[in-house]
Design a protein around this ligand. Structure first.
Ligand code: HEM
Length: 445
């Protein structure tokens, strides 16, 4: 535990996994810790109130509406769609081979944005399909808008006043343009979802089945408290939360695999053996990929992309690890430090996915705090694990690779809202020897 100073305000930083977990879970349960007001305001002012910024009953009804949609059983129906989105990444890499340098981070950003947009907004994951319910998904344009909103969140979280968005500055103009861009993309879809939830649907027969099945339509129908404004805000939240997080994690996993040949080979053997049985990655073959999931957990342990993104505040004088922390103190935590705690993770600097696998079951008893702790624990954890597992398995099936910049890609990290590789992780891919002589058609998952 240590203290940093934000102006005259102390921020207590926790850096041990179990202390972080217990402090958040117990503190939020007994009311001694609440989500920091400054951060809540910053989240809620990205557009309007969202899960990340709300507490109490305002948070509860939102979370209750979304939870079932993101459960692992609900997500299993999207396996085929996610597989299609991952195969598009493979196609792009095949087009780039033989050994060309490809920055993988933007490729994974496109993947994750397509997946979350398909689930939430019913936009086909296939980049060649169009969506009739609203403007097309323009990945770069939306990503730019999301980055601007994320940057504004950071400025607010560190002290900029909310009213400053009304000043005639470049930052303000960028902010309003980014909001407009996202609202133009989302409003027709949100309005349609709300109309579909109403009684008379006869004029809506031409709406695509994918949109009718989207989470947006389901949420609009089941939770009457959602209206145009709150659904747009939640969709922006899900787009932001569901894109960079998994994308950067995938980039770090690709980097670590390239530097750890033993782990690479073991992962490949497992993927090959599963591929032999099923001929693709599907719901059944995923059951055999516990080692790939362990690789993602191990990646998150070392590169906890959301480290430092949250903080709480003491509601009263509170004892943490024997220290009295005065009322009103901000408490934050470093998941990056926690993941390297030698008392919990033996050989913390080594990439050892095995540590996450107990012999008897898939999960170990090690703390896994990278998706958060307590009630606000990540809504998209299962989705993230699913898409990252499928993407890594497909990469291992099709390619050998190495890092253009070697280990420095994993050492030159940057942080804005999240931690990311500053060079975007350039990689040299080579189609596997066994595949170059006998190019197989892409399988249907
Ligand atoms: C590697 C991938 C991911 C990581 C490391 C991650 C991490 C986190 C963390 C640490 C929190 C807690 C934040 C807090 O307490 O303030 C969180 C919350 C959240 N995450 Fe994720 N996340 C990931 C992927 C996703 C995805 C794919 C989605 C898409 C649905 C998502 C949606 C959310 C939402 C909506 C919340 C807020 C939950 C609430 O406040 O009730 N995340 N995530």
């Amino acid at each position: 535990m240590y203290v940093i100073w934000n102006g005259n305000n102390p921020v207590v930083i926790l850096s041990k996994p179990k202390i972080i977990e217990n402090t958040i879970v117990n503190g939020m349960k007994d009311g001694s810790l609440i989500r920091s007001e400054q951060l809540r305001k910053a989240w809620n002012d990205i557009t309007s109130p969202i899960l990340l910024g709300e507490i109490g009953t305002e948070w509860q009804w939102r979370r209750k509406a979304w939870n079932p949609e993101f459960s692992s059983s609900s997500l299993s129906k999207y396996v085929e769609m996610i597989s299609l989105a991952c195969e598009q990444v493979i196609e792009t890499l095949k087009e780039a081979a033989p050994p060309k340098e490809v920055e993988v981070d933007p490729l994974f950003v496109e993947l994750t944005m397509r997946v979350i947009s398909c689930l939430v907004l019913g936009i086909p994951a296939d980049r060649n399909s169009t969506s009739h319910e609203g403007p097309p998904l323009e990945v770069l344009k939306l990503y730019e808008a999301m980055s601007i909103l994320g940057y504004r969140f950071l400025r607010q979280a560190t002290g900029e006043k909310i009213w400053m968005k009304y000043l005639p500055t470049k930052n303000s103009r960028d902010y309003w343009a980014a909001r407009r861009c996202l609202e133009e993309f989302l409003t027709p879809r949100v309005d349609l979802a709300l109309r579909l939830g109403e009684q008379n649907k006869t004029d809506l027969l031409q709406v695509s089945p994918l949109f009718q099945e989207s989470m947006l339509v389901k949420i609009a129908a089941k939770e009457p408290k959602y209206n145009r404004e709150t659904l747009i805000a939640e969709s922006v939240e899900l787009l932001i939360a569901g894109t960079d997080t998994t994308a950067h994690t995938l980039s770090f996993a690709v980097g670590e695999l390239s530097l750890n040949k033993r782990v690479f080979q073991q992962a490949r053997d497992i993927v090959d053996s599963s591929w032999q049985s099923f001929g693709c990655i599907n719901t059944e073959s995923l059951k055999e990929l516990a080692y790939i999931r362990a690789i993602i957990k191990e990646t998150l342990r070392l590169y906890s992309v959301a480290s430092g993104s949250t903080s709480l505040e003491t509601q009263r004088d509170t004892v943490i690890e024997g220290q009295v922390i005065p009322r009103g103190t901000r408490i934050s935590w470093s998941m990056l430090a926690a993941g390297r705690d030698p008392e919990i993770y033996a050989n913390p600097e080594e990439f050892l996915p095995e540590r996450w696998l107990d012999k008897s079951k898939e999960t170990s008893s090690l703390p896994m705090i990278d998706f958060g702790s307590g009630p606000h624990r990540c809504l998209g954890e299962h989705l993230s694990m699913l898409e990252a597992t499928m993407m890594l398995a497909l990469l291992l099936h099709y390619f050998d690779w190495d890092l253009v910049n070697g280990r420095s890609s994993l050492e030159q990290l940057q942080q804005n809202l999240l931690i990311y590789p500053s060079d975007k992780m350039p990689v040299r891919f080579r189609l596997r020897n066994s595949l170059t002589s006998n190019l197989e058609p892409m399988s249907k998952g």
